[in-house]
Ligand binder design. Structure first.
Ligand code: PEP
Ligand code: MN
Length: 345
């Protein structure tokens, strides 16, 4: 349930509502907007009728049910978009602000030289965050699994040299503390989107989370996974669309462009688009990035490798540095003009 306070509600009236929400057996979550304050009553087992009755309390405009199963993630609870701040060694990047953020780097950290060359290249081209996998979720146990802590150390060096904040994947609850020491943002990979133990643990860390959509997850399931993070106390969450499984085999996954727009409509959380995993094809990355930005993506995350043909993971979907530079130049080009009303011929 949501208690919408009126524009003129006083601090005392808001405090009273927060107290009443607690008494009714719910957790109060307060969103202070520029115009009005919203008090959301979330949790199970509370007494709904006591919240409904608050519609006549002083300072209350109305009380409405939250239409969706995800509550804190919903736009209804927070109509204005959230901004996720990623703080690096030298600067802070805002995902969800007026500018699109570009996160780039290799699928996996393979060596010091590979990562530093990529980090410097993507920075020169205009990326403002660095990605790189240290712990890799691979379909086969015989494939490269990542360099682990050695990769984290290399990421830290690149972070300090370039100033780019770093995002890397965390696959297990056991690695959370270690990765928090090295990375500025923690990625929950697609395969772990519904690893509820991991989500619960990440809800308690003081780092922003990049939550990828599971390959077979509906938008509702994806937003409910984000709800685990917010309800557990971490509201610094960016959603990431990275393609889903469909009957189509021409692309590695089917990039769900509509889901980018839909997630923005349903939720206040910023949305990141991953055209690399979304398509699996070098040649489609620039076009799909432009499309994602056109439908409202707040950031894109792109795989870049100094020599994709030698990459230990995801080479076919990695851009080399000159290709990434070209893509970056193309991202700011205007869309084609729409044909004006028909003219007599
Ligand atoms: C990755 O980012 O390299 C990755 C493994 O992503 P996903 O979880 O989307 O497959
Ligand atoms: Mn990858």
């Amino acid at each position: 349930m949501i208690v919408n306070m009126s524009d003129s509600a006083t601090e005392e009236q808001i405090e009273h509502i927060i107290q009443r929400v607690r008494e009714a057996g719910f957790q109060p979550h307060v969103t202070r907007g520029t115009e009005r304050t919203i008090v959301a009553a979330v949790g199970s087992g509370g007494r709904r009728h006591e919240i409904e009755a608050l519609s006549v309390a002083p300072g209350v405009d109305n009380v409405v049910a939250i239409a969706q199963p995800f509550k804190l993630v919903s736009r209804q609870t927070r109509p204005q978009p959230s901004v996720v701040e990623v703080a690096g060694a030298k600067c802070r990047v805002k995902i969800g602000g007026p500018e699109v953020v570009v996160i780039a780097g290799p699928c996996s950290v393979e060596s010091r030289q590979q990562l530093l060359e990529t980090a410097e290249g993507v920075k020169r081209a205009g990326a403002t965050m660095l990605r790189g996998g240290a712990y890799k979720p691979r379909t086969s146990p015989y494939e490269f699994q990542g360099l682990g802590i050695e990769a984290l150390k290399i990421l830290r060096e690149a972070r300090e040299l370039t100033g780019l904040p770093v995002v890397t994947e965390v696959m297990s609850t056991e690695d959370v503390d270690l990765i928090c020491e090295y990375a500025d943002m923690l990625q929950v990979g697609a395969r772990n989107m519904q690893n509820f133990a991991l989500l619960r643990r990440l809800a308690t860390v003081k780092k922003p989370i990049l939550l990828k959509r599971g390959p077979s997850a509906t938008v509702k399931e994806w937003l409910l996974a984000a709800e685990y993070l917010l309800s557990g106390g971490n509201d610094q969450v960016a959603l990431c669309e990275r393609g889903i499984k469909t009957f189509e085999t021409a692309t590695r996954n089917t990039f769900d462009l509509a889901a980018v727009a839909l997630a923005k409509e349903l939720s206040h959380l910023p949305v990141v688009a991953d055209p690399s995993h979304g398509t699996g094809k070098q040649s489609l990355i620039a076009a799909v990035s432009r499309a994602a930005i056109a439908v409202g993506a707040d950031a894109i995350i792109v795989e870049v490798h100094p020599c994709p043909e030698r990459a230990l993971s995801d080479g076919p979907q990695s851009l080399d540095i000159p290709q990434f530079e070209r893509m970056m130049r193309g991202l700011s080009a205007p869309l084609r003009p729409v044909l004006a009303p028909a003219q007599a011929c």
